[in-house]
Ligand binder design. Structure first.
Ligand code: NAI
Length: 308
């Protein structure tokens, strides 16, 4: 373990130390944007190798950000990268990350594993620590069902790739205090994101609307009403969307889209989320799209630039 000084969150906007649990695709991005914004970060993962990979990918991303901001000033680029990286500590033990103002969980999408983690965090973390999850599909209330600090439980739902996408959905559970809500909104802003608030409902705002939209586009294509190309052009030029539904699906991953849709269908039983055979078939054939993956360093310089 390691010790560090931190200010306890007695007043608003006091989050200075963040622990991110799960150093995969999302967790490494969340750690990056936090460190880049001056937060002291502890990144925890069960797997030491994952943590090394995460640090490497964060460093690469930071270099691109720094070049964009500081142009040819090598000294400034260097210190930006070094200072940001220096704010990130890593550990394979959750115990090393409990003394933070804010904990963001981004581990495997499995209810029982998340519940176990939250119970442990509730037991070990100081009373002021806010516990949040980045889950896309599991109700926050279910994840935190065993914890006592219900007023300090919530969701911080980031979008992939985290350094690029500007939104955080702040999930406000019924028991969340106004103070916790305010603190999360301010924290999101401080790491350069725009926050919106949503109740703890299936799909929150974005996936709840995107699911039926994507499914309808697929069904329209399946019926032979229009080509994929024409549907994409239609939504870009007719509705002002930056990408058409098929481009977006390609970009976010067909497997991810299928998964989100299935989970929303199971939770809501609404017809709009009924699985689309074409999507199932393509995923089964291994056609998963052109996934942007910051962790493997695949995000294009252009995408990183857009973020800044
Ligand atoms: P990932 O598989 O890339 O990373 C998960 C990491 O968690 C792995 O490195 C694993 O070793 C670690 N882990 C698993 N159990 C752990 C535990 N008990 N303690 C510590 N570390 C543990 O997954 P990804 O894509 O980053 O997703 C993480 C979470 O973020 C999930 O809840 C997912 O629903 C959510 N999410 C994912 C998005 C995406 O586009 N991939 C978008 C928004 C949210």
């Amino acid at each position: 373990g390691f010790t560090r000084s931190f200010s306890s969150s007695n007043s608003l906007n006091a989050v200075k130390t963040v622990t991110v649990i799960g150093g995969g695709l999302m967790g490494s991005g969340i750690a990056q944007v936090s460190a880049q914004a001056g937060q002291n970060v502890t990144l925890v993962d069960l797997n030491a190798e994952t943590l090394q990979k995460a640090l490497k990918s964060i460093e690469n991303n930071l270099k691109r950000v720094a070049k964009k901001v500081h142009k040819d000033d090598v000294a400034k680029i260097d210190s930006f990268v070094k200072d940001s990286i220096a704010r990130i500590k890593t550990s394979i033990k959750v115990e090393d990350g409990v003394n933070s103002d804010l904990i963001i969980e981004a581990i495997v999408e499995q209810l029982d594993v998340k519940q176990q983690l939250f119970n442990k965090l509730d037991e070990l973390a100081p009373q002021y620590t806010i516990l949040t999850s980045n889950t896309s599909s599991i109700p926050i209330n279910a994840i935190g069902s065993g914890i006592k600090r219900k007023d300090r439980l919530g969701g911080l739902h980031f979008f992939n790739p985290v350094p690029v996408m500007r939104l955080i959905e702040v999930i406000k559970t019924d028991d969340m205090s106004e103070e916790t809500h305010q603190t999360l909104m301010e924290w999101g802003k401080s790491v350069g994101k725009t926050c919106i608030t949503c109740k703890d409902r299936p799909g929150f705002v974005v996936n709840r609307l995107l699911g039926p939209y994507s499914a309808e586009a697929l069904r329209m294509y399946e019926r032979g009403d229009a080509t994929m190309e024409d549907i994409d052009i239609g939504m870009k030029l007719g509705a002002g969307y930056p990408m058409g539904p098929f481009e977006l699906c390609d970009y976010t991953g067909l497997d991810t889209n299928k998964h989100v849709m299935r989970v929303l269908y199971e939770m809501t039983k609404e017809e709009v989320f009924r699985p689309v055979p074409l999507l199932d078939k393509m995923v089964a054939e291994g056609k998963l799209g052109v996934n942007i993956n910051c962790l493997s360093g695949d995000a294009s310089a252009k995408d990183i630039d857009v973020a800044m």
